[in-house]
Design a protein around this ligand. Structure first.
Ligand SMILES: C[S@@+](CC[C@H](N)C(=O)[O-])C[C@H]1O[C@@H](n2cnc3c(N)ncnc32)[C@H](O)[C@@H]1O
Ligand code: SF4
Ligand code: SF4
Length: 296
């Protein structure tokens, strides 16, 4: 079982399509203290959870991130660091910290404000340095109506560096003013066909064929046959206010808070407790976790 532990809603980037900016997620006003995070990690250890994905916001903006990683490691959790990579170069000399990370999940972010050449140059030298550490490296690309032209460049970039590459479609409120530039619904037919061909090729070469076919169907605007939701079975979320959620999209579906001494939360019950909320809630947003999450 993997827990996505959201450490903060602060960030050192302002991606225009970020969940927090496109009407999908509400950032919580509070940020957990180091002690509270340690309590979460104690809970995960006690419940025999084996993996934690440290996410946010940007986890590396926390001043105590070294302590959080060290404590997660002490609690025998496999650590995935979900990061935009911008601050990671500052940590390259901290070999103890980086050696404790099992997976560097680095997001490739391209929006209207990205200076493409310097961005890829930075990422290239960062990844080369990270390859000296034992953790796996996986680059994630969030595909939007603005950046899909760069999809092929991202694949080639990862191929050249010989690192894994994953793609997920942007999720946004289609009715919100300003979001149409990021929407995947406005791609012209001939460009869409080319994009779909690239996705299929990527799916085959990366053993993500099923997922890539679903993504193509999704981009064509056709209904997808979703598999059963794995929230509470494979993954769950601890949000910044320490509520337990099935995924980031169901902030309404909390089954309690780790701050509540009487909540009596047990990981074994999670799938049962989430089962009711997850029923009938599948939709385009699920392609990023229900479907894509299986490969994390
Ligand atoms: C919210 S970020 C948090 C961690 C870190 N700041 C980062 O960017 O990797 C986690 C992942 O969510 C993805 N993401 C953000 N907004 C999204 C959206 N509206 N739809 C789909 N994925 C999104 C990002 O691309 C990133 O891979
Ligand atoms: S780097 Fe991550 S958290 Fe920050 S704005 Fe971009 S997607 Fe959002
Ligand atoms: S079905 Fe989708 S929205 Fe519902 S819990 Fe699962 S991942 Fe979240």
């Amino acid at each position: 079982m993997r827990c996505f532990l959201s450490l903060t809603n602060r960030c050192n980037k302002q991606c225009e399509y970020c969940y927090y900016h496109v009407g999908v997620l509400e950032a919580s006003n509070c940020e957990p203290s180091l002690d509270e995070i340690k309590k979460c990690l104690d809970f995960l250890h006690k419940m025999k959870c084996d993996s934690v994905s440290l996410t946010g916001g940007e986890p590396l903006v926390r001043k105590d991130i070294v302590d959080i990683i060290s404590y997660s490691h002490k609690k025998e959790l496999k650590i995935t660091l979900v990061t935009n990579g911008m601050a990671l170069a500052q940590f390259l000399s901290d070999k103890d910290m980086l050696n404790q990370i099992s997976c560097f999940a680095i997001s490739l972010h391209i929006d209207q404000h990205t200076d493409i050449n310097s961005y890829f140059q930075y990422m290239n030298s960062l990844i080369k340095e990270l390859k000296k550490f034992p953790g796996r490296i996986r680059l994630n690309f969030t595909l939007t109506g603005f950046n899909y032209h760069y999809f092929e460049k991202c694949i080639d970039f990862c191929d050249n560096l010989n690192v894994n590459f994953n793609v997920q479609p942007v999720v946004l409120d289609e009715n919100r003013t300003g979001n149409s530039v990021h929407s995947l619904k406005n791609i012209k037919n001939e460009e869409l066909e080319y994009l779909q061909m690239l996705i299929l090729k990527w799916g085959k070469s990366s053993s993500n064929e099923n997922y890539s076919k679903k993504l193509i169907t999704y981009l064509a605007g056709q209904p997808i046959q979703y598999d059963k939701c794995l929230a509470g079975v494979n993954f769950f979320v601890i949000h910044q206010d320490l509520t337990l959620l099935p995924c980031f999209y169901r902030q309404d579906a909390s089954v309690g808070s780790l701050l509540d001494k009487n909540s009596n939360i047990n990981i074994i019950d999670l799938s049962k407790r989430f089962n009711n909320v997850c029923k009938n809630c599948q939709g385009p947003h699920c392609i990023t976790l229900c479907e894509f999450g299986k490969y994390l």
